[in-house]
Ligand binder design. Structure first.
Ligand SMILES: NC(=O)c1ccc[n+]([C@@H]2O[C@H](COP(=O)([O-])OP(=O)(O)OC[C@H]3O[C@@H](n4cnc5c(N)ncnc54)[C@H](O)[C@@H]3O)[C@@H](O)[C@H]2O)c1
Ligand SMILES: [Zn+2]
Length: 271
């Protein structure tokens, strides 16, 4: 089917929806100007210093750097923290927030960028399954305490991409702090905040007839398929899945796949 036909079906499905689950991955941020990090070339274009070091995203997003080389670790996360803080969510987010003001809506994202909150989504109706860059924890960790990064600003050497600031520390034990983001091979991530969010979503879904639920998924990749798997599971239970993805729009039979950038597709189906 053409995108136009799929978009018409999506509009009709949303018109009869009784609730919405909005799910997203890194592709949702691309139209706000944020990089997705999967392609090695894309990652190195965004972070040339790591090309020189031969380091991929999966290697940089690893907690061992906070112990072995905290300036390198904070160069990466400090830069991303500033990037996400300085980014405004694109129009697609505003259209979704408007939809959320008239239908019961929850959001589930693997993004750590805080863009949903910026767009006006309520904190109590968001799951950040990989954590959030604006929340910090102890690297040890000596406790489960989490705290807001507040106005944290890390100065970074533009050639080496290392932090040249004093690094944030745990107030309890003095160890270096780190973002409460789930990294690869991460045994130190404090999961309490995300677990509480997941519990709220489970409770929300429990009170719900799945045949009135529409899942709108944007920019979720196949490499770490958590976000896609959630929509597909709910679709097996009777929900409708609208998958918006620039390159990986394939859907299970009977669901709706739109091959498009997130902002354009959201304008086409929500505006
Ligand atoms: N903004 C963020 O917080 C951010 C950014 C990069 C990576 N990450 C982390 O890295 C991991 C990446 O996994 P992922 O699945 O989220 O991302 P991914 O990079 O693996 O996949 C991105 C997906 O978005 C699609 N896409 C690209 N541009 C698009 C656009 N303009 N509109 C719609 N779709 C588009 C791609 O086809 C792909 O399927 C996650 O764990 C995530 O936490 C987070
Ligand atoms: Zn500590």
């Amino acid at each position: 089917m053409t995108n136009g036909a799929e978009q018409n079906i999506a509009r009709a499905v949303i018109a009869s929806a009784r609730s919405i689950l909005f799910t997203s991955g890194a592709g949702m941020g691309v139209d706000s100007g944020l990089p997705d990090f999967r392609g090695i070339e894309g990652f190195w274009r965004a972070y040339p210093a790591y090309r020189t070091l031969g380091l991929r995203f999966e290697q940089m997003a690893n907690p061992h750097w906070f112990a072995q080389d905290p300036e390198l670790a904070w160069g990466f996360y400090g830069h991303r923290h500033a990037l996400y803080k300085g980014t405004s969510p694109h129009d697609g987010y505003a259209l979704l927030a408007k939809l959320a003001s008239r239908l019961p809506t929850f959001a589930f994202t693997s993004n750590v960028d805080g863009q949903l909150q910026k767009a006006g989504f309520r904190d109590e109706a968001i799951v950040e399954c990989h954590g959030a860059i604006g929340t910090l924890q102890c690297t040890t960790p000596c406790s489960d305490v989490l705290w807001d990064a507040g106005d944290l600003a890390i100065a970074i050497d533009q050639v080496t991409f290392r932090s040249v600031s004093a690094l944030p520390r745990c107030a309890r034990c003095g160890a270096i702090a780190r973002p409460n983001v789930l990294m690869f091979g991460d045994g130190q991530w404090v999961s309490d905040r995300t677990e509480a969010q997941e519990l709220r979503l489970a409770q929300w879904l429990r009170g719900m007839a799945l045949d009135g639920l529409v899942v709108i998924e944007c920019g979720a990749g196949t490499a770490v398929p958590t976000v896609r798997a959630l929509g597909e599971r709910l679709a097996r239970g009777g929900a409708k899945l609208i998958r918006i993805n620039a390159r990986e729009e394939g859907v299970p039979r009977g669901q709706i796949g739109i091959a498009s950038g997130a902002m354009d597709a959201l304008r086409a189906i929500l505006d």
